[in-house]
Design a protein around this ligand. Sequence first.
Ligand code: FES
Length: 94
Amino acid sequence: MAKAYLREGKEVHRVPVSFRLNGAQVSGFAGESVAAALGALGLTTLRHAPRSGDARGAFCLMGVCQECLCRIDGARREACRTPLRAGMEVETLG
Ligand code: FES
């Protein structure tokens, strides 16, 4: 079990979990947002704009911009508002 410490000195335990990202087994921490987990893995491009083809990724991190949409367990969801849990299936939208 990994540990982290907040600035206030409170100890926080982070529980590592495995999930699938575009078919590959990867890991993150239970309860962090899927967007945070993908960012920690270095994945910032979650899709491409349909007209320009520009890379798009999480921007507002609070459910407003819709730039973080991914297919999560078979449904299109905002990665920034979806807590990570073990066994999730996450697919970027290309
Ligand atoms: S980053 Fe804006 S809705 Fe998720």
